[in-house]
Design a protein around this ligand. Structure first.
Ligand code: PHE
Length: 357
């Protein structure tokens, strides 16, 4: 028994990997291993001999098993150490300037938009991209049967059988954040909310994921005139020009009354998109006076407060400002495109510094 013990403990100590260790285990304490064979001999022994040999064999088996387990753990530790050593990375190495990344135009434009509205006293609010259909629709005066739900080409989240949570959607616009921020801060309020939104739509000016910036201003005496001024100021600052042709078209949204859509004059001539010239119009936003039912849904008394809201396409105004004729290229992750249209990482837009310089 002592021979068996020293033989196997030496083999275990010398085993270089887990496969070898497994071979040793089978030979020693496996069903047909040497210890099992010895156990079988117990039957031929006298009861007195058996009383000594039985417990000794069991003890031997235990000892070999724990030596195996300890060695297995040691091998795993060593493997991890080796891996950590080989995957070591010196984070203090200097960067390689020839390999710099760029800020995506959507990030840059979101910063520009935020800088302009911050100057006018708007703060930034946020909401979830996966929201309940109550925030995305009902609270915005779009009940279940309303055609606007179908028009929006909504992506619904999958629901398992028996799931009782309210239905969730990928938000189709940033307008649910109107409700969330009314709930959070009440009136008066002045917020914008830039962020991603989703609709099943795909062509030169539509992608299934795109970006909007919501605006909401609520106070005692806010009117369409304030809306028009704010939007005109915004467009002048954003495009860095003294005047741009804007077209306010009477429109309809369930959550505003009255409502207006705003287009901007542009030209697509020669495959490049230019703002402020030509005979084409590109729709950049929807807007209007917040519907009383929407104020109520947000917990604000419509007899006391009123406000305007707008939702503007960030991708659209990015295309216009930086002359990108196809929206789909924004999200193709083509490195050449990103290098061409991207912005230097530290080029943070401010009004005093010049937005895009
Ligand atoms: N949510 C509207 C859309 O996505 C835009 C909008 C926002 C219109 C706020 C009016 C007021 O089309």
């Amino acid at each position: 028994m002592d021979d068996l013990k020293s033989k196997y403990l030496t083999q275990i100590a010398d085993a270089a990997d887990e496969a070898l260790l497994e071979d040793i285990r089978i030979a020693a304490v496996g069903k047909k291993g040497e210890v099992a064979l010895k156990m079988r001999e117990l039957g031929k022994m006298t009861p007195q001999e058996r009383q000594v040999a039985g417990p000794a064999l069991n003890a031997l088996k235990d000892e070999i098993n724990s030596a195996l387990a300890a060695k297995k753990a040691a091998l795993a530790d060593a493997a991890l150490d080796a891996r950590l050593r080989s995957e070591w990375l010196d984070v203090t190495l200097p960067t390689r300037p020839q390999r710099h990344g760029t800020l995506h135009p959507i990030s840059q434009v979101s910063e520009e938009v935020t800088a302009i509205f911050a100057e006018m006293g708007f703060s930034v609010a946020e909401g979830p991209r996966i929201d309940t259909d109550w925030y995305n629709f009902d609270a915005l005066n779009i009940p279940g049967h309303h055609p606007a739900r179908a028009e929006m080409d909504t992506f619904y989240m999958h629901r398992a059988e028996g799931d009782n949570r309210p239905p969730h959607v990928l938000r189709t616009h940033t307008s649910p954040v109107q409700i969330r921020s009314m709930e959070a801060t009440g009136a008066p309020t002045r917020i914008i909310c830039p962020g991603g939104v989703y609709r099943a739509d795909y062509d030169q000016t539509h992608t299934p994921m795109f970006h909007q910036v919501e605006g909401l201003a609520i106070d005692k005496d806010i009117s369409m005139a304030n809306l028009k001024w704010v939007l005109e100021e915004f467009v002048k600052s954003y495009f860095e020009v003294d005047g741009v042709d804007l077209r306010f078209r009477a429109s309809h949204f369930p959550f505003t009354e009255p409502s207006a859509e705003v287009d901007i004059r542009c030209s697509w001539e020669g495959g490049t998109l230019k703002v402020g010239e030509g005979d084409d119009w590109l729709e950049i936003l929807g807007s209007g006076m917040v519907h009383p039912k929407v104020l109520e849904a947000g917990g604000i008394d419509p007899n006391e407060w009123q406000g305007f809201a707008f939702g503007m396409g960030i991708d659209r105004i990015a295309m216009l400002k930086y002359g990108v004729p196809d929206l789909r290229a924004f999200f193709d992750s083509d490195l050449r495109w990103l290098r061409h249209y991207g912005f230097a990482a530290l080029d943070v837009p401010t009004l005093h510094g010049g937005l895009s310089r």
